[in-house]
Ligand binder design. Structure first.
Ligand SMILES: Nc1ncnc2c1ncn2[C@@H]1O[C@H](COP(=O)(O)OP(=O)(O)OP(=O)(O)O)[C@@H](O)[C@H]1O
Ligand SMILES: [Mg+2]
Length: 481
């Protein structure tokens, strides 16, 4: 009898259990059960909390924060949090999952479970909070943080893409002044047409800088190297900076001096830059002449000497100028900027390089004529010659003829306006620094403007002379090589 009732009821029981399990697994009941279980478990342990704020008291970005965020976003448990942000990755079909604020992510390390929360305060600043069981704390905290460093380095190595940071106008309500975008400039050191020897010198200088940490430490000096790129508009200074950053795999912090209010603002910006970065100030000569903000010369000099950035290291500073004539000698005094590189206008050899890269020409029957015009003193910037070649690339002969015509007009303008041979052929106004500036705009300029230009844009006539890489710190080179 008992057996019969068991046989009759068991399918009902089995079905009932099966139904219950399905219900639990298909609904939020399982989630709720897990949550209760965790709460129960939590209440049985004593926890230790560690905070990792995004910024320190001096508004410098906390490197550990950046590393932990990258680490957490790489964990599969981020997907399990209630809210997560989805972004496209480096490739268009990549998806990156990013932890949302106030969400808990769990991780396991050396069999210990830890919890992370990304807390956002009312002021908008974010802090990561690590929760570890007290009994695990001593055993795992240090190795765990070390593990995060290692994983972060591996991720960075894999995905490192150079970023360009630009300083926005003052935004006191926000943490940090820099806005970053992926740096996708196509220029490399190789694609910039400058003397091959000079290129190699710069590359080996950068390489020896990268290996010189101990050397700088021994000297008690900030591990930094500074470069001055000087030359007329359109000679490849900005392109070269892009090439240097890619060569070093450094992020670029491009300081727009118009958005720097005073010395302390400049200091603040510098404190917010990271190690392994390139800090760039373009058109420094123009800024020093115009003095459009309250930044003082001594503020700039302190910056150059690495005084402000003494709390960080592994930084390369690059300044560009169109000319040195109007710049305070203090800026240029020996030892202040380590390497001076002159960017000259095109000569015949640079022209041939451009013809090769832009038109695929190694030789052409018009080359002798072009050479002759160069010898007579005419010259244009690589940007101007490159522009003509690009717009006539379907017909190399037409391109060369256009270059010849442009150079002849340039020569004629010099004669009319008595511009000396050594003066720059760049004939656009000082304000007009864009490469799109008209090649033939010389006629609209007055003699006074040309004199002004001569003062600013004077360059040496010989390319060899001009390519003067002035490695002032000879001892540095010898020791670090
Ligand atoms: N030496 C060069 N080799 C190859 N391309 C060059 C060179 N100089 C200029 N160009 C080309 O001309 C354009 C302008 O160059 P770039 O902006 O680097 O000049 P610049 O010296 O920074 O000028 P500016 O002083 O006006 O800022 C770029 O598209 C670049 O590719
Ligand atoms: Mg430039």
């Amino acid at each position: 009898m008992v057996l019969l009732s068991l046989v009759l009821t068991s399918p009902v029981v089995i079905f009932g259990v099966y139904f219950l399990l399905r219900l639990v697994s298909k609904t939020s009941l399982l989630f709720i059960a897990k949550k209760w279980w965790r709460l129960l478990e939590d209440s049985c342990h004593v926890y230790q909390f560690y905070k990792i704020p995004k910024f320190n008291d001096h508004m410098q970005e906390n490197q550990l924060y950046t590393k932990v965020v990258t680490y957490l976003n790489s964990l599969s448990s981020v997907e399990d949090s209630n809210y997560a942000n989805l972004f496209t990755g480096n490739k268009s079909n990549d998806i990156t999952i990013v932890l949302d604020s106030d969400q808990v992510v769990t991780d396991t390390f050396l069999s210990a479970r830890v919890y992370w929360t990304n807390e956002k305060s009312k002021t908008g600043s974010t802090t990561l909070v690590l929760k570890i069981r007290r009994r695990d704390k001593r055993r795992i905290l240090r190795p765990y943080i070390q593990h995060i460093h290692t994983v972060f380095d591996e991720i960075e190595q894999r995905r490192k893409e150079v970023k360009l940071y630009i300083n926005a106008e003052t935004q006191p309500e926000k943490n940090g002044r820099w806005i970053s975008v992926p740096f996708t400039h196509p220029s490399t050191i190789e694609t910039t047409v400058i003397d091959a020897d000079l290129k190699n010198k710069v590359k080996s200088d950068l390489e020896s800088f990268l290996k010189s940490k101990q050397y700088y430490q021994r000297l008690g000096r900030v591990w930094k190297r500074s470069y001055l790129l000087c030359g007329p508009s359109g000679t490849g200074k900005s392109s070269f900076i892009a090439g240097m950053a890619k060569f070093l795999n450094y992020d670029i912090y491009d300081i727009d001096m118009r958005n720097v209010t005073d010395d302390s603002d400049l200091k603040m910006l510098l404190l917010q830059t990271t190690n392994k970065s390139m800090i760039v100030i373009e058109d420094l000569d123009r800024f020093l002449v115009e003095k459009s903000t309250a930044v003082t010369l001594s503020g700039i000099l302190n910056f150059m000497d690495g005084f402000f950035s003494s709390c960080g290291e592994e930084r390369v500073m690059v300044f560009t100028m169109n000319g040195k004539d109007q710049v305070d000698p203090a800026v240029l005094r020996p030892g202040r900027i380590d390497v001076h590189i002159q960017f000259p206008l095109c000569d015949f050899s640079a022209f041939k390089n451009l013809a090769n890269s832009h038109l695929g020409l190694k030789e052409h029957k018009l080359f002798p004529q072009v050479e002759e015009i160069f010898q007579s003193g005419a010259s244009l910037s690589p940007a101007e010659i490159g522009e003509i070649m690009i717009s006539n690339r379907s017909s190399p002969t037409r391109a060369l003829k256009s270059v010849i015509t442009a150079m002849q007009s340039n020569m004629a303008a010099r004669v009319v306006n008595k511009i000396p041979r050594s003066a720059s052929a760049r004939v656009v106004g000082i304000e007009d620094s864009g490469e799109s500036a008209g090649l033939y705009s010389e006629s609209v300029h007055t003699v006074r403007e040309f004199r002004k230009l001569y003062g600013l844009f004077r360059s040496k006539s010989s390319r060899k002379e001009a390519m003067d890489i002035d490695l002032q710190d000879k001892e540095y080179q010898r020791q670090s090589s």
